[in-house]
Design a binder for this molecule. Structure first.
Ligand SMILES: C[S@@+](CC[C@H](N)C(=O)[O-])C[C@H]1O[C@@H](n2cnc3c(N)ncnc32)[C@H](O)[C@@H]1O
Length: 211
């Protein structure tokens, strides 16, 4: 089985995460969550929840489960939930490549800046789709490799450096959506200058399943 070894860099940096990566990611993650129109009673899974920078944006009327492979990142998230008394949030250690949940368990499955970090992004997406309910939604924000040849070439050049920081910038969008039982509803840059893409996809019910 593939190991979530890439997460070690985040474990090593856990204490500094909120002041480095977290500062860059926090605003757009909260905006994305607030745009989802989550409904009372819905079950939401955040895969690779890290230090929980976006937890405050989830409304208290959903049940949120956050998993991460790094105990040190999770410990920071636990502190946040305890300080804020977030009783609707449940955090546990887990592997995005082998989610410890039954099929069709969540209305929403969300991940921010995780799919390019795990050693097998296609499998991570397949797992997110598996645990999502039929007609539920999968939401991912990450950097995908540019479709423009020159930019793609430049991204390949700096990929060894980004790998040291824990992620690849060579992942193409098609690699993670092709062959999955999903219908893409939104696929857009977060802003004109952003390097991050928001992907929202609905899980297609299989034959005989209620959507
Ligand atoms: C760039 S950080 C993003 C954290 C958080 N989503 C955020 O936006 O702040 C990537 C996270 O993915 C986690 N991660 C890496 N591999 C993982 C795996 N196989 N399963 C679960 N989490 C993993 C890391 O521990 C880290 O917390």
């Amino acid at each position: 089985m593939a190991q979530p070894h890439e997460s070690r860099v985040y474990s090593d940096l856990a204490r500094f995460y909120d002041w480095t990566f977290g500062r860059v990611f926090i605003d757009h993650e909260r905006e994305v969550i607030e745009s989802l129109n989550l409904r009372p009673g819905q079950r939401v899974l955040e895969v690779g929840v890290g230090t929980g920078i976006a937890l405050e944006a989830y409304p208290p009327y959903v049940h949120l489960v956050g998993i991460d492979s790094s105990a040190k990142m999770l410990a920071q998230a636990v502190d946040k939930t305890e300080e804020a008394g977030m009783r609707h949030v449940e955090l546990r250690q887990g592997d995005a490549l082998a989610l410890d949940f039954p099929d069709n368990a969540f209305d929403w499955v969300v991940s921010f800046h995780v799919i390019t970090v795990v050693p097998d992004p296609v499998r991570a997406m397949a797992e997110m789709v598996r645990v999502c309910k039929p007609s539920g939604k999968i939401v991912t924000v990450t950097h995908f490799a540019s479709a423009q040849p020159i930019l793609y070439f430049l991204e390949r050049l700096i990929n060894p450096a980004t790998k040291l920081l824990g992620w690849t910038n060579r992942l193409r969008l098609e690699e993670v959506i092709n062959g999955q039982a999903i219908a893409v509803e939104r696929c857009e840059r977060l802003s004109r200058l952003s390097v991050h893409t928001l992907l929202v996809a609905r899980k297609r019910p299989s034959d005989g399943e209620q959507g």
